[in-house]
Design a protein around this ligand. Structure first.
Ligand code: ADP
Ligand code: MG
Length: 928
């Protein structure tokens, strides 16, 4: 009651939204005569002037009416379509960074042009996201003449494009492309080896077409770039057999430590239990070489490039054998090595040791050495699109999901009325007892409409069901088309004819977006087909002159039989998707109708309908083959749908909550990476880390006992171990120095060490070397980290049973392992650089390639009524009480497969120079 009263007083949100827009549209309208009076050459001049005004500090909001009036006039001249006032309203909403709901066929493609134009004037780039490549290309080409008259540039990103082409497209004022391509480009940009390789130039403003599809339907699975590393499992196995033959250095029986000083005691390697590190003596290196030669694993010296990697395998094998113990550091369970948390003693299921140690332990324990396809980078659409400074979207169906858009993306939904009233007749659902009866009834209905000449669009929820229905129609001799998501261009052609007299088109919910269905078919498509794709403009005009009048007649016929009828063979998991299907009919004031068919066998009814439906059906005395139509049923179906919608919202929210942890870390790592690829003085970082490590040693020194020479000896040993650094002064001289001077001496020595190296090979080369090491280290550890987080996510979900909050545990531990990783990266680099000895090698400045591996980019869409696999949100987010996790869903096998996007980027050849510029072959450098 109160609610009604307030609404009456204030107007509904929709009304208030519109009220705000009206005066702006009036201002644009008032400027129209002026724009109409312009010569074509004046348009780019105006654009240049707008840009100057922006540079002078004028806001886009102030410029909006002039820019929109100009864009509308450009559209009128170039496409012969003058934006309706409702399209201008939609365009204003987009500029404000909101979602605009405009029904199918209202002309959203055109409505987005003025806002894209206005925002491109800042020079920061506007991204327009479409659901597939076909539409990206179509829209860019279709709107192209308008932009071109205005004097702004347009580009398009297509999946088969190479980096150079992508970069060029991103450099344009306005860039069209799919969410997958934009997301993958972002990930790949953050795997590159120099700033010049990046293709994107920022994320200022994005307009997402069919935004509900992208941010809701596709948001349950992340984008993943994965790559299979070279299979080196046999090397782990071979080295594992040899490692026993190496001998540990002798320890001083009195101290239990290795002898101090620079004397290499007899033996092959030293262990450092505290840090779980291994170092080889020169003798050890020779021993390794001997073993490898004897075994025939190498032919030449160990110290040539291609054999050097064996030191790494031996290091890990020794660590596995000597420093990691079964049932202490790890356990064996179900044929897997599972790490034990050293502090809590808890098993960290699924977590793996990094840098090959895990495989070395597997070799030691003689269990199968895992060779895995690794996730190299991943992001969810939610987090990709939240990066944009301003995000806007458009769709025919956003209102039902307004709450989610507002909560998760902070996006407001504004509903724009249609240009002409919708007169489509949406009738109540009919419900049957079994699927069989339902399908028979559907076929009857289609046959009857088809005979009458009324076009029918039949919506199914899966490709399988489309096929079943298609076979039934073939049985009855009814000509029809079946749409699936495999070929977008052909799909567009079919859809454009779906409104022709007597046509029957079967489509799954994924299909049929983006092209609108005109009654009587599509004269332009027909003319284009007639003129041929290579046809000249004249040939096309001639064709359209014939086709257009034909179409006009067809249009009248189809209109007279009731326009397009939409027949839903099942309700979808969200009302929104039903509405999308319905919305294909009744565009721009055309007649039309829609009706959904339901059976109690449908997933929705079985899983969410509740028992009372069945009870009710029997009370109605439902007989075989007889349908029931009752408003009450529509009500309970809507309730069932709401249940599914809520559940899916929960899943997406949980996915996001977990992904937020990763997202923060990803941003941090990517920012760090960016700093590193553009830092010409990385030596300073190395020196700083060296000093940091030294400070820890010095701190210990300052607080240890009184015996100066013992103290200095310990200090020197630690310096060697930790930084492989030997100061020039001897132990005695150092012992004689006061503490501050000792500190200054070592610091100076550390700096000199690096500066000398820079002097020897040149600052630039050293810098490049450090950079390559950094990037390799960041990337490989980050990839390990991605796996570890994934494992952690599964692990914490189990803890829900012990009354712990899994998300909180995930956050805390996730941050902890991230911190450790950062420290590891930093110190490992510093150690390596201090340790490295410089040898001049011929440097090849080969062309640098972007991707260090054969990459595969994938995003699997979720099917109807499917839950993510146990690895992801649903399992991980299970609240202690059960809740969403209690629902187990039927997997729809066919759909995720059909929707998978896969692509392989150019591969760096194994024998090509490594992109890092080391001059080594790729396979011996970062391709290892
Ligand atoms: P939506 O994306 O909203 O479903 P589209 O952008 O595909 O709609 O446009 C549907 C049809 O409407 C297209 O054929 C387009 O040419 C036409 N159209 C759009 N705006 C106008 C306009 N202002 N005047 C005339 N036709 C228009
Ligand atoms: Mg569209």
């Amino acid at each position: 009651m109160l609610q009604n009263f307030l609404t009456l007083l204030l107007g509904s949100k929709h009304e208030r939204d519109l009220k705000e827009l009206v005066p702006i549209v009036q201002r644009i309208n008032a400027l129209e005569p002026e724009a109409m009076a312009l010569a074509e050459a004046d348009f780019p001049v105006r654009t240049a002037e707008f840009k100057r005004r922006i540079a002078g500090g004028e806001s886009l909001d102030v410029l909006l009416p002039e820019a929109y009036a100009l864009a509308r006039e450009a559209a009128r001249r170039k496409l012969g379509e003058r934006l309706f006032d409702v399209q201008l309203m939609g365009g204003v909403v987009l500029h404000k960074g909101k979602i605009v709901e405009m029904k199918t066929g209202e002309g959203k493609t055109l409505a987005s042009v003025p806002s894209a134009y206005l925002n491109s004037l800042t020079g920061a780039g506007v991204h327009i996201i479409t659901v597939n490549d076909y539409l990206a290309e179509r829209d860019a080409a279709w709107m192209g003449p308008i932009y071109s008259l205005l004097g702004v540039s347009v580009g398009v990103i297509l999946s088969q494009m190479d980096n150079a082409q992508r970069k060029e497209s991103y450099a344009r004022d306005i860039t069209y492309g799919t969410n997958n391509e934009f997301g993958f480009d972002y990930l790949r940009d953050n795997m590159c080896w120099s700033p010049a390789e990046k293709v994107q130039r920022g994320h200022a403003f994005s307009i997402v077409d069919e935004i509900d599809n992208i941010l809701i339907d596709e948001a349950r699975t992340p984008l993943i770039i994965s790559g299979m590393a070279e299979d080196d499992t046999f090397k782990f196995a071979e080295v594992n057999k040899l490692v026993d033959q190496l001998v540990e250095c002798e320890k001083d029986p009195a101290t239990g430590a290795y002898p101090e000083g620079n004397v290499d005691s007899a033996g092959d390697f030293k262990l450092e239990e505290k840090n779980k590190r291994v170092t080889f003596t020169d003798q050890g290196m020779n021993a390794i070489e001997g073993l490898l030669l004897k075994r025939g694993l190498i032919r030449d010296s160990l110290f040539i490039d291609e054999n050097f990697e064996y030191i790494h395998y031996f290091t890990q094998a020794l660590r596995a054998h000597k420093l990691f113990n079964k049932d202490v550091d790890y356990v064996l369970q179900d044929g897997k090595v599972q790490i034990v948390d050293e502090f809590t003693g808890r098993i960290l299921y699924g977590r793996r040791y990094s840098e090959g140690l895990h495989q070395a332990i597997e070799a030691k324990e003689r269990i199968k050495i895992a060779q895995r396809n690794r996730t190299l980078a991943t992001i969810t659409f939610q987090n990709y699109f939240r990066m944009y400074g301003k995000l806007a979207g458009m769709t025919g169906t956003a209102d039902t999901e307004a709450q989610e858009f507002s909560k998760i993306y902070n996006l407001d939904v504004v509903v724009i009325p249609t240009n002409r009233p919708v007169i489509r007749d949406d009738t109540d659902d009919v419900i049957y007892l079994t699927e069989e009866e339902k399908l028979a009834a559907i076929c009857d209905e289609i046959q009857q409409l088809h005979t009458k000449g009324q076009p029918v669009l039949v919506g199914t929820i899966s490709i399988e069901k489309s096929e079943v229905l298609s076979r039934m129609l073939v049985g009855r001799g009814i000509r029809h088309e079946v749409l699936n998501a495999k070929n977008h261009a052909r799909e567009a052609l079919i859809i454009s004819e779906a409104g022709a007299e007597g046509s029957v088109t079967i489509a799954t919910n994924m299909a049929g977006r983006g092209t609108d269905i005109k009654l009587g078919g599509n004269a332009e498509f027909r003319a284009r087909r007639k003129a041929g794709t290579q046809g000249t403009a004249d040939q096309y005009s001639a064709a359209i002159a014939v086709e257009y009048p034909k179409w006009q007649a067809d249009y009248q016929v189809v209109k007279s039989v009731g326009g397009l009828h939409v027949l839903g063979t099942e309700r979808h998991e969200a009302r929104r998707i039903d509405n999308q299907l319905r919305g294909r009919s009744g565009r721009q004031g055309d007649p039309g109708s829609s009706r959904f068919y339901i059976s109690l066998d449908d997933d929705l009814m079985r899983l969410f309908g509740g028992e009372n439906i069945k009870g009710l059906m029997s009370r109605f005395g439902m007989k075989k083959g007889e349908p029931i139509v009752h408003p009450w049923l529509n009500n309970s179906i809507a309730k069932a749908q709401t249940k599914v919608e809520e559940r899916n919202f929960e899943i997406r929210k949980h996915l996001l909550e977990y992904d937020d942890v990763l997202n923060e870390q990803r941003k941090f790592i990517y920012a760090r990476r960016d700093e590193i690829i553009s830092d010409p003085r990385l030596t300073e970082r190395v020196i700083a880390t060296g000093e940091e490590l030294w400070a820890v040693i010095f701190e210990k020194y300052a607080h240890s006992g009184e015996n100066r020479s013992a103290k200095v000896a310990a200090l020197l040993a630690e310096l060697r171990e930790s930084l492989f650094f030997d100061p020039q002064l001897g132990a005695e001289e150092l012992a004689a120095l006061p503490a501050e001077e000792l500190d200054a001496t070592i610091r100076g020595g550390l700096r000199r060490n690096i500066e000398e190296k820079a002097g020897e090979i040149g600052e630039e080369l050293l810098n490049r070397f450090i950079m390559a090491e950094y990037l390799r280290s960041i990337d490989s550890r980050w990839q390990d980290h991605l796996e570890n987080l994934e494992a952690l996510r599964e692990a914490v979900s189990l803890r829900a049973y012990s009354q712990k909050n899994p998300l909180l545990e995930y956050k805390l531990e996730g941050f902890q392992i991230f911190d450790e990783m950062l420290y590891e990266i930093k110190t490992a680099i510093a150690r390596k650089i201090f340790k490295v000895r410089i040898q001049k090698a011929p440097v090849q400045h080969g062309p640098s390639a972007r991707a260090p591996l054969a990459l595969q980019a994938s995003h699997s869409a979720m099917g109807q009524f499917t839950a993510p696999s146990s690895h992801s949100a649903l399992a991980a987010s299970a609240p202690a009480g059960g809740g969403v996790a209690a629902i187990s869903m039927k997997q729809n096998a066919s759909q995720p497969e059909a929707a998978q996007v896969k692509r392989t980027t150019a591969k760096v050849g194994r024998n090509d120079p490594c992109p890092c510029g080391s001059g080594k072959k790729y396979k011996y450098c970062h391709g290892q």
